[in-house]
Write a protein that binds this ligand. Sequence first.
Ligand code: 5GP
Ligand code: ZN
Length: 114
Amino acid sequence: MGNCLFCKIIAGEIPSTKLYEDNEMLAFLDINPMSPVHFLVIPKKHISNLFEVDTEDAALLGRILNKAQELAKTNGCEEEGGRFIINTKSDGGQTVDHLHIHFLGGRKLGWPPG
Ligand code: 5GP
Ligand code: ZN
């Protein structure tokens, strides 16, 4: 946790382009966008990945997902949609061990993922 990149972004030690912030979550642009719209929404509480979410976090996760859908809409993706992604651990391609929801939109995405 002490060395967590996203905890440093939350603390303001690493700059980010913020889309939304409150006392329990932060939404910011991905530094390496994979589509015209690519942002991340994270809890301020350090949770390593989706497997570490427990019952008490369920409502928080719901609010984060709700904010992600709101931001997807306000960033121009309501009509065409996009993809909400939670990469989890090594097989899922998770590179930052702080739970985050990606939203990708603004272009047609392929399926299945490689
Ligand atoms: P993961 O691969 O763990 O699902 O996603 C981590 C994401 O964090 C990647 O899409 C990567 O581009 C993004 N990322 C890594 N370092 C930084 C950073 O310093 N700032 C921002 N804004 N995004 C980052
Ligand atoms: Zn963290």
